[in-house]
Design a protein around this ligand. Structure first.
Ligand SMILES: Nc1ncnc2c1ncn2[C@@H]1O[C@H](COP(=O)(O)OP(=O)(O)OP(=O)(O)O)[C@@H](O)[C@H]1O
Ligand SMILES: [Mg+2]
Length: 412
């Protein structure tokens, strides 16, 4: 990096439309690989959005101070931003076109762009997805395709905001290795610090105001305390016997056996596309299945938390009792869509926790380590105390450990 030019300089403050203010300081050299850490809500996404111009152009608010990105203001030509919500980013009819699209926007002809796209998909090990409609991929598969389109694009700087939140750890590791080999400037905001080898680590915590989620972080539960003694003879709420689950007439899960009793929480693990989300959707009655019995009212938090939140205040989404149990009463009058990504994810899980059978799809995606441990331990202990049953699809090893029970789903 010695002698490399400073291509990004941010020394600014940003006032959100809600009035909250954050100080932003960041610098990067040409070709540098920077790993940005900091707890959920500390402003990492805000920094990323400033770099590609979404703030203030789209999000409003007031940006003051210095922002220089390749000699210009924040812009999306120099900075390709991949957000933690792949759902928001897919637009094309096939995965290969999705990857080729940024090049076509830059004036490449279709055939050359598709050739580069296919090569990059192959390097990622996901060429088999090339012809699939990206809207109908699993969330992790979508995320891998979007990261692939960033790498294939001609942008000088790639900014990734929690790009691995939905990826199986092995695929995340492989993608990080590829990113490190590129000569582009890379800014990666990610909670899995075990992926930071080879990066300059930049911590954004300083100057951060306390937020609602800090109270959850301070919950002091020991993992063991919330586990259920499996010898408990509670009622069986979910029973799958040699079960089969379909997605658009295709068998995705076959021969599954699973029993979940009152008070239990079970982690569902497996590679991207294995069928974790499909299983939850079948338990909720959204997908066709055979051999599955569910006894009780079901609540489901989707992998994309915005889909679960549809009222105009938080208190209409989550009971007063649960808000107070998780010390989130001061969010009660807020519009759910005005909340931070982490707050939305937690709220959508709490909404599901209102039901007897609680289905959570990647409830810790995008949450920092301290927060996800405290939150899941508390949630699992509430499930136990209130004799509910929780099924949690996750790539997070710690969630599986806290639940104390794990069922790995394999590709059919
Ligand atoms: N909307 C959809 N329509 C058709 N097929 C789908 C749809 N969503 C996912 N699939 C396919 O169904 C299979 C299982 O996907 P599912 O979303 O259940 O996987 P997952 O284990 O939750 O993956 P991830 O870890 O990436 O979230 C995959 O082959 C996937 O491509
Ligand atoms: Mg899924």
């Amino acid at each position: 990096m010695r002698g490399a030019e400073k291509v990004i300089e941010v020394d600014a403050s940003y006032t959100y439309p809600t009035g909250k203010r954050v100080g932003l300081f960041f610098e990067a050299l040409e070709g540098e690989k920077v790993f940005v850490t900091g707890k959920t809500g500390c402003g990492k996404s805000t920094l990323m959005r400033v770099l590609n111009g979404l703030i203030p152009e789209l999000y409003g608010g007031k940006l003051e101070g210095k922002v220089r990105v390749y000699g210009k203001k924040g812009n999306n030509r120099d900075v390709f931003l991949v957000t933690q919500y792949p759902e928001e980013q897919v637009i094309c009819g096939s995965a290969v076109e999705e990857v080729a699209f940024p090049l076509i926007q830059r004036g490449w002809n279709y055939r050359d762009a598709v050739e580069v796209a296919e090569k990059t998909l192959e390097e990622f090990g996901i060429l088999h997805l090339a012809g699939r409609d990206p809207h109908k991929l699993s969330d992790g598969e979508k995320q891998a395709v979007i990261v692939c389109s960033a790498v294939a694009s001609g942008s000088a700087c790639l900014a990734f905001d929690e790009p691995f939140a939905h990826l199986h750890p092995k695929l995340a590791e492989k993608i990080v290795k590829m990113i490190l080999k590129s000569d582009r400037t890379v800014i990666l905001s990610e909670h899995r610090t075990e992926l930071s080898d080879g990066f300059r680590v930049f911590s954004m915590n300083s100057g951060h105001e306390a937020d609602a989620l800090d109270r959850i972080r301070s919950f002091d539960l020991k993992c063991g305390e919330c586990r259920v003694d499996t010898s408990d003879s509670g009622k069986t709420l979910i029973a799958a016997r040699d079960a089969r689950v379909y997605r658009e007439k295709r068998v995705v899960i076959d021969g599954l056996n699973l029993k979940v009793k009152e008070g239990e929480s079970v982690a569902i693990t497996g590679v991207n596309g294995a069928g974790k989300t499909t299983l939850l959707r079948a338990l909720a009655g959204f997908e066709k299945s055979e051999g599955i019995e569910v006894r009780g009212k079901v609540g489901m938090a989707f992998q994309y938390p915005g889909y679960s939140l549809n009222s105009s205040t938080t208190r209409e989404e989550v009971s007063k009792e649960l808000l107070s149990e998780f010390c989130l009463e001061d969010l009660a009058e807020r519009h759910p869509h005005s909340l931070s990504g982490g707050e939305k994810r937690i709220l959508s899980a709490l909404k599901a926790l209102g039901a007897k059978i609680v289905l959570l799809d990647e409830p810790t995606a995008g949450l920092d380590r301290e927060l996800r441990r405290a939150f899941i331990s508390k949630l699992v202990s509430v499930v136990k105390a209130k004799k509910k049953a929780a099924v949690i699809a996750t790539h997070d090893r710690e969630v599986a450990e806290i639940c104390g029970r794990e069922v790995e789903i394999e590709h059919v």
